[in-house]
Design a protein around this ligand. Structure first.
Ligand SMILES: Cc1ncc(COP(=O)(O)O)c(C=O)c1O
Length: 317
């Protein structure tokens, strides 16, 4: 290993001490009923995606694919880009983010604060990917394309870290509920929960693409992401988000939890988790509502806070 690779790998391993080990909170759905929520919004750049971002770059550095001069690139309209921008900023690497021009102003600002170079395509994320591929073909040795949909170090971050943390923090857990996007979280948990007796439950986006929630996908309207292991996840424990109950649920959570605003994908997962009969269930919350200004305004503007529940938000670390 060259000296510069050694120094990059030391830096990235140091960063790993700042990612993960997120808290679990009791989240009240009614004054009588709570679920456990793993609060991934507490990661340094604000979402669960900091974990795969770090893990994908860590392995690329260790196997020599990324050196100090490499430009890191990804096509994403969301949290993965922010996680990568943060890691690259900390490591002194250049990061190029390709996204649709619909990317929110808030996310543009966060990416820019981390020094990301922003490139925009017409159309959706697929068009941004095409644009990035064309760029890479011009100069293949210049870029490392992170490619979260095909990179096994995406789901392995959850196998090695997120899932073991949940099992340690809530030893009596019966079900774990996660969202489906790239399939990273669900595939990692599926492998980690095998033979533990803990059931994995996975929530996809709504079937109605026009009402979709940012960050999630539905296999009815996309082809299977290559890393998503549907045999390991199981098909009979995949549910669709109910868009009709989404806002009401987020408002209820705000009301019974001292004004805590869940992110849209967390609300989407809870539209289904709430129907479970399991006594102890954990919802893996990918990020907090503060990342979505319009959503947060809508929820906090709509409801009065109720008196705090008997037990306040409790942190289990
Ligand atoms: C807010 C949010 N929730 C859920 C997910 C889905 O996670 P995964 O890609 O691990 O399936 C993502 C992915 O980008 C996300 O940004």
């Amino acid at each position: 290993m060259s000296l510069t690779t050694q120094s990059l790998s030391n830096k990235v391993q140091k960063l790993a001490t700042q990612v993960g080990n997120t808290p679990i909170r009791k989240l009240w759905l009614t004054p009588q009923r709570f679920i456990y929520m793993k609060e991934e919004g507490k990661n340094p750049a604000g979402s669960i995606k900091d974990r795969p971002a770090l893990n994908m770059l860590l392995h690329a550095i260790l196997n020599g694919e990324v050196t100090q001069g490499t430009v890191i690139a990804e096509s994403t309209s969301g949290n993965t880009g922010i996680g990568l921008a943060w890691v690259c900023h900390e490591l002194g690497l250049e990061y190029h983010n390709y996204s649709p021009s619909s990317l929110s102003g808030q996310k543009r600002d966060i990416l820019a604060d981390f020094g990301a170079h922003l490139f925009f395509s017409e159309g959706g994320t697929d068009d941004a990917t095409k644009m990035l591929k064309a760029k890479i073909e011009e100069d293949p040795n210049f870029y490392f394309w992170v490619s979260q949909f095909t990179n096994d170090n995406n789901w392995r971050a959850h196998l090695d870290h997120t899932a073991p943390e949940v099992l340690r923090q809530v030893p009596h857990v019966q079900e774990v509920w996660v969202a489906f996007g790239s399939g990273g979280t669900s595939t990692g948990f599926a492998h980690a929960l095998k033979n533990t007796g803990v059931k994995l439950q996975v929530v996809q986006n709504t079937l109605l693409r026009e009402q979709r929630v940012e960050g999630m996908r539905n296999l009815a309207w996309i082809s299977k992401p290559p890393i998503a292991d549907l045999d390991a996840i199981g098909q009979d424990n995949m549910y669709n988000t109910d868009p009709e109950t989404l806002i009401d649920l987020a408002e209820r959570i705000y009301q019974y939890n001292d004004g805590f605003i869940v992110g849209p994908t967390t609300a989407a997962v809870i539209t289904q988790a709430e129907r479970s009969q399991a006594k102890d269930l954990v919802v893996v919350s990918a990020d907090n509502g503060s990342r979505y200004l319009d959503w947060a305004k809508q929820i906090s503007g709509a409801v009065e806070l109720a008196a705090p529940a008997d037990e306040p938000l409790e942190l289990l670390v």
